[in-house]
Design a protein. Structure first.
Length: 213
């Protein structure tokens, strides 16, 4: 299930996350397990079988990563889309990637985290056309899930992107506008207007309105 190229078979207590890829200014890390004994990257062949996942969707500056970090402090195991991109680029050696590759990376990270707990939070931009793929990932793994779309006012999202410190550069406004417009869903997704809510208040609201499928 967990294999180190130098030390052989390992257990979950024998691995930790590599700090080499950490770039964002928040506590969520790229999920790249390495061997505690030798530092080599490990191979993990395991599929999640049960548990719950909260999905935080929204445009840049909507608060996805901040709320995921808040829920992580409350016991959830966190996956962040930008961190998953770092891991994928590291593994492939390419800056460019296919969207399907990123989806597969996130599915693999769910499998890894399920070794350590049953409650996961995913902060990531998920396009409407990709919803079916993510639903299949969760259902195949027998996970209960709830999708939330964080949707502050457009002006609030722009202001937050300009003032946030978790990234080295400011997200171009056209990306904020693009995702703000295209992220429209049916009643599968709970919309949260967190314009005037603190991260703690938003996390409280999400926790109080969980209705897992």
């Amino acid at each position: 299930m967990i294999h180190c190229p130098n030390c052989g078979e390992r257990t979950k207590d024998d691995i930790l996350y590599s700090e080499n890829l950490r770039k964002q200014g928040f506590n969520l890390s790229p999920i790249l397990p390495v061997c505690k004994g030798c530092g080599a990257e490990t191979t993990i062949t395991h599929q999640c079988n049960g548990g719950t996942i909260i999905v935080l969707n929204g445009t840049c500056g909507s608060g996805k990563s901040t709320i995921a970090e808040t829920l992580s402090a409350r016991g959830y195991l966190g996956i962040d889309g930008d961190c998953a991109i770092q891991s994928l680029r590291h593994k492939t050696g390419r800056k460019q990637y296919e969207w399907k590759e990123l989806i597969n990376e996130i599915a693999h990270e769910i499998d890894i985290l399920s070794l350590f707990g049953k409650d996961i939070v995913l902060s990531h931009v998920i396009l409407p056309e990709d919803m079916t793929t993510y639903l299949e990932i969760f259902k195949t793994r027998k996970m209960n899930y709830h999708f939330f779309l964080l949707k502050p006012t457009y002006e609030t999202a722009v202001t937050r992107c300009q003032s946030r410190t978790c990234h080295a550069s400011i997200t171009p406004e056209y990306w904020i506008k693009h995702f703000y417009d295209v992220l429209t869903f049916d009643n599968q997704v709970t919309v949260v207007d967190n314009t005037h809510m603190t991260p703690e208040e938003t996390a409280d609201y999400i926790s109080a309105n969980l209705n897992y499928e």
